[in-house]
Design a protein. Structure first.
Length: 158
């Protein structure tokens, strides 16, 4: 019998033993220096994404800084934070399909420098529509899409 596919919502709830704060060492220290890194839980990243009100934005880096402060770590892990934001986005879309309207506004969480995350549900086009509906201006630079003046509407996460 084939294994049941894990839903995005199940992935969001599966903390796999995280959050965890670990010492930065080995190969990690070349990239991140010394200190500690917090590896968050998926639901923790989702909770920060949910804090962003209509008309405001945040970035993965803002979430990483909030996680680091919360856990008294030097940095928040960029890899797992990005992956968990992606899981939160897909879980939100799954919830929408089930008729829920209190889902995580994932399109308000951008990558570095205001870059739209093309891996979120709906890709760049879907997020552009959602962002423009909230009054943001999306511009194309090369092959990438950015929210113009995103810095002016960044929300402080805590």
């Amino acid at each position: 019998m084939p294994k049941k596919k894990t839903s995005w919502q199940e992935k969001l709830q599966d903390n796999k033993g995280y959050p965890k704060v670990v010492t930065i060492e080995g190969k990690m220290s070349k990239r991140w220096g010394s200190g500690t890194v917090v590896i968050p839980s998926p639901i923790e990243v989702d909770l920060y994404m949910r804090q962003v009100p209509k008309g405001k934005l945040t970035t993965i880096n803002e979430i990483r800084q909030a996680l680091a402060a919360k856990h008294k770590a030097s940095i928040g892990c960029p890899i797992t934070t990005g992956i968990f934001a992606w899981i939160a986005a897909n879980a939100a879309e799954e919830q929408k399909l089930q008729g829920r309207n209190d889902t995580t506004p994932y399109w308000r969480t951008l990558k570095t420098k205001g870059l739209i995350n093309e891996k979120y549900p709906g890709g760049t086009q879907g997020q552009t529509i959602l962002l423009e509906q909230e009054g943001h201006v999306v511009i194309k630079k090369g092959k990438d899409f950015f929210v113009k003046d995103y810095e002016k509407v960044l929300v402080k996460l805590s």
